[in-house]
Design a protein around this ligand. Structure first.
Ligand code: V1D
Ligand code: CA
Length: 447
């Protein structure tokens, strides 16, 4: 099933009534605020979005607020970024598509449980790790299938060459396991998307810049060399979720040395984070030579996040996206965590502008009308100071960061160095998709 292209009317995007984007006499919907940066080879970008995913509630005291996606989309439209991308209204993933990774009994539970019948499922709740972090809420199945459908559509656009960069800000739910919800994540759309990419791509690199360790994706591909996972996160085994992802967590079996982790302490700042990121990502890409990259852009690594503990500003987070993009490989951008909705939306709008090679001013666009505008008071800018005041003391000394970097370089040395990572053999049956992989792989090898 191919994604449905949408005509870019604001109504199609669920903006109506009082929430219509305000157009004053000087602006029209066809006058974009974003402008293309001259002299850059522009990429084909697709934006995969479904407003229906945004209307779900985890519960009033739960930090995950799907309406942060509404705010993101309002900024994207307000700046006119839709004029620089192919926009698709995504469809729900089918149960068969979810079965590529998740088990039947878990999917059956997820599909059937509702707040009204939750009592009759009480015995199964602990088994599937439902509780305070992962509550049952109305429309949970629709929510999960919508964000997963968007990541699957996005991966398919990269595979068929219609997109160079595909974006799904509703995805990136990196903690979900095969038979278990975890850390606000129920279905692992990232694993599903990577499995699609592996049908044609011999090697896929997964990079995660959420403040939490990307444990679900790592676990899914722990014992294969066809996916390298690289996660930058706060690590404190006992006091910070999920408590995994130390530097010695490196993968196992055929996947030994193909899981990389960058454990960080509180308060890392822009300069240290971006330079560490670049100094690791560049050799990783040069050594591993992936055919495509999936980048999880969790926004809780920003300063001032409700659950995060870093001091990053939006430009620094965006610089990581820009750097990954500069390698020119097919790139899937997904969302993830992010618990201060106004900053999540600022970040993902800014990163949409990076993907589309456009410039957006820091002043919010006049097209951004009420009630959305008020969320950005009192500064009404895209780039407020988030991390520069150092809300968290920087506990990452230069020496510590250099040690972490060295440990990653040691892992890379086991891979033999560029351009040595050649897949001469058909890889082991990966989650039962051997036959589908084999022919495209042989073609890849010949090429
Ligand atoms: F503060 C809360 C209020 C209500 C419900 C949950 C929380 C909460 C905050 N932090 N839960 C957490 C983390 N859980 C624990 C558990 C308590 N147990 C003993 C462990 O500390 C979970 C944080 C999840 C982060 C998810 C994510 O940001 O990485 C994400 N990425 O993509 C989607 C979500
Ligand atoms: Ca997170």
């Amino acid at each position: 099933m191919s994604p449905t292209p949408i005509v870019q009317t604001y109504d199609t995007w669920g903006v109506s009534g009082n929430a219509t984007i305000a157009l004053d006499s000087k602006t029209t919907s066809s006058m974009p605020v974003a402008t293309r940066i001259a002299g850059r080879p522009t990429k084909k970008v697709s934006y995969h979005h479904n407003p229906l995913a945004e209307n779900h509630h985890f519960g009033s005291s739960h930090p995950m607020k799907p309406w942060r996606l509404t705010l993101t989309n309002q900024l994207v439209l307000g700046y006119g970024l839709q004029d620089y991308m192919d926009c698709y209204a995504t469809r729900a993933a089918t149960e068969d598509e979810l079965r590529e990774f998740h088990t039947d009994d878990y999917l059956e539970f997820l599909q059937r449980v509702t707040p009204e019948n939750a009592d009759s499922f009480a015995q199964q709740m602990p088994k599937f790790n439902f509780g305070d972090d992962c509550p049952v809420f109305t429309g949970i199945w629709d929510f999960c299938t919508l964000y997963s459908g968007a990541s699957l559509d996005a991966a398919k656009k990269l595979l068929n060459g219609q997109s160079d960069i595909a974006i799904n800000w509703s995805g990136g739910l990196h903690h979900a396991k095969k038979s278990e919800a975890s850390g606000f994540c129920y279905i692992n759309d990232i694993v599903l998307a990577i499995l699609q990419l592996l049908r044609h791509h011999p090697r896929v690199l997964y990079i995660d810049i959420d403040v939490h360790h990307g444990d679900g994706v790592e676990q899914a591909f722990f014992s294969t060399d066809r996916v390298m996972t690289l996660s930058f996160h706060k690590y404190d085994k006992d006091n910070f979720f999920p408590g995994t992802g130390n530097w010695d967590d490196i993968g196992g079996g055929a996947g030994k040395h193909y899981s990389l982790n960058v454990p960080l302490r509180d308060g890392i700042d822009d300069e240290n984070y971006v330079s560490l990121f670049k100094s690791i990502v560049e050799p990783v890409i040069e050594t591993y030579r992936p055919a495509s990259i999936v980048l999880q852009c969790g926004a809780d690594s920003l300063g001032a996040d409700r659950l995060g503990c870093f001091n990053l500003n939006i430009r620094a987070h965006g610089a990581c996206v820009e750097f990954v993009k500069s390698f020119g490989l097919p790139l899937l951008l997904v969302g993830g965590g992010g618990y201060t909705p106004r900053n999540v939306s600022r970040l993902w709008c800014y990163e949409t502008s990076i993907a589309t090679d456009t410039e957006v001013g820091t002043e919010l666009p006049p097209q951004l009308g009420d009630p959305f505008r008020e969320y950005f008071a009192p500064e009404y800018v895209l780039h407020p100071k988030l991390g520069t005041d150092g809300r968290y003391e920087n506990k990452n000394s230069r020496k510590y960061l250099e040690t972490v970097r060295q440990r990653i370089m040691e892992q890379l040395r086991y891979l033999g160095g560029a351009p040595g990572v050649q897949m001469q053999e058909v890889p082991p049956d990966l989650l039962g998709c051997q036959s589908e992989l084999e022919n495209p792989l042989k073609e890849d090898m010949k090429a």
